[in-house]
Ligand binder design. Structure first.
Ligand code: ATP
Ligand code: MG
Length: 428
């Protein structure tokens, strides 16, 4: 290969150095060109619903559902989240969705569910993500009475790293809850669902609680249940709560409800609530109604107590109380190291935790194994005739511009260091 350009003859070593640099540059340039071609090719392949075969409904949310799908040409399986446009316009969820798209594109981390494609048609938005066959933490907690301290240490430690990874990208999750902790094929944690980063569910909005009827019957019966019955009642109502558009305030930090502002420390409060739930069997503020739960969260100084009949270690209790306290005094205020060095995490190999065996291993028989998910009935969401008759097209046709910037193609070649350059995003 002939070298071009100036060749200093003063010293051989300089000459060699320069040659190496130029060769490197050339390799880099050609690699870049190749990536560019790849990007353009990807950009041309306009994916649509017809490119995927739907295998099974694996989850349901307030605005749509999640299905296991298979890409017809490659045979790869993915999770496809389907969101009904009409529902989102009705409930003013669009801001959310854009937030979800943005964070998923931005976050290229082992700790966050990867998103590959997105597209839309007249009725729905579609997000194609990596399929996590281990199911979600909510489903795991509903199956088990409680987790052991060792298991709790593992899941909380991994979630600490996951939350820290999004904080480092400048995001605050604000909706950390067991339904949003997914498990991969080896049982390791990944964060999903950034749809609610902006927290627009009713349960997140202070107005929702403003006109509380103080004469509401208090949940006296609930308070008087022993912890075993509380756990049973909680688990019985839990899934319904996950599907509702109201949502649950159980995991939300008190300062998030207040007008005075909040910061990333609110995610550590939520983690404290999850840790309590893992060890005790139900979260600390659970009640019969979201309003009652809200009141308890706001009044946490009195309501955050530990049932004597469910013994837990002092280290665990101390850490929960370090997560669930005023944000000014909360653990993590001086950085994640403060959390990692808490005595509850003694023995955790923070560097290699994700490569080591998980606390509970997952059994997967095939790439499309859905045994870790609950059963969901087939739905009509992908049947245009049914959907059109319930949501006449004209209802939101004029508002389709709201979704314009939505479709993008992931271009993995350029994401090695995290963010996709903004010019790569669709609509730019
Ligand atoms: P909500 O906003 O009410 O929490 P949602 O509509 O945002 O619900 P998700 O929480 O994203 O929906 O997904 C619902 C459920 O689907 C999850 O709790 C999980 O069980 C399953 N699920 C979501 N994404 C994946 C995935 N990538 N792989 C496997 N399962 C998933
Ligand atoms: Mg969810």
């Amino acid at each position: 290969m002939a070298m071009t350009g100036p060749t200093p003859c003063s010293s051989m070593s300089n000459h060699t150095k320069e040659r190496v640099t130029m060769t490197k540059k050339r390799i880099r340039r050609s690699a870049h060109a190749q990536k560019e071609t790849e990007f353009l090719r990807l950009k041309r392949t306009r994916l649509g619903l017809e490119d995927f075969e739907s295998l099974k409904v694996i989850g349901r949310g307030a605005f749509g559902e999640v299905r296991l799908v298979q890409k017809k040409d490659t045979g790869h399986v993915y999770a496809m989240k389907i969101l009904r446009k009409a529902d989102m316009l009705e409930k003013e969820q669009v801001g959310h969705i854009r937030a979800e798209r943005d964070i998923l594109v931005e976050a290229d981390s082992l700790w966050v569910v990867k998103m590959f494609y997105s597209f839309q048609d007249k009725l729905n938005l579609y997000l194609i993500m990596e399929f996590l066959p281990g199911g979600d933490m909510m489903t795991l907690l509903m199956k088990k009475d409680t987790l052991t301290e060792e298991e709790t240490q593992f899941y909380i430690a991994e979630t600490v790293l996951a939350i820290d990874s999004i904080h480092q990208l400048g995001f605050i999750h604000r909706d950390i809850k067991p339904d949003n902790l997914l498990l991969d094929s080896k049982g390791h944690v990944k964060l999903s669902d950034f749809g609610l980063c902006t927290g627009l569910k009713k349960a997140h909005r202070t107005e929702f609680y403003r006109n509380l009827n103080h004469s509401l019957p208090s949940d006296f019966t609930f308070q008087n249940m022993n912890s075993k019955r509380k756990a049973e009642t909680w688990k019985r109502n839990r899934r319904q709560l996950a599907f509702s558009t109201v949502g649950t305030p159980d995991y939300i930090a008190p300062e998030v409800f207040m007008q005075t502002g909040y910061n990333k420390l609110c995610d550590w409060w939520s983690l404290g609530v999850i840790m309590y739930e893992m060890l005790i069997g139900y979260p600390p503020f659970c009640s019969e109604t979201p309003q009652e739960t809200y009141k308890k969260v706001m009044n946490w100084k009195e309501t955050l107590t530990f049932p004597p009949e469910v013994p837990i270690s002092d280290k665990a209790k101390d850490l929960i109380l370090r997560f669930c306290c005023e944000w000014e005094h909360r653990i993590g205020a001086s950085g994640v190291e403060e959390i990692k060095s808490n005595p509850f995490f003694e023995g955790v190999d923070w560097e290699h935790i994700r490569e080591r065996p998980a606390a509970i291993s997952i059994e997967i028989k095939s790439i499309d194994d859905t045994s870790n998910f609950d059963e969901f009935p087939e739905s009509d969401i992908l049947k245009p005739t049914v959907a059109t008759s319930t949501h006449p097209e004209t209802d939101y046709k004029n508002k389709d511009w709201v979704f314009i910037n939505y479709t993008y193609k992931r271009f993995e070649g350029l994401t090695a260091r995290g963010a996709i350059p903004s010019y790569m995003k669709a609509g730019k």
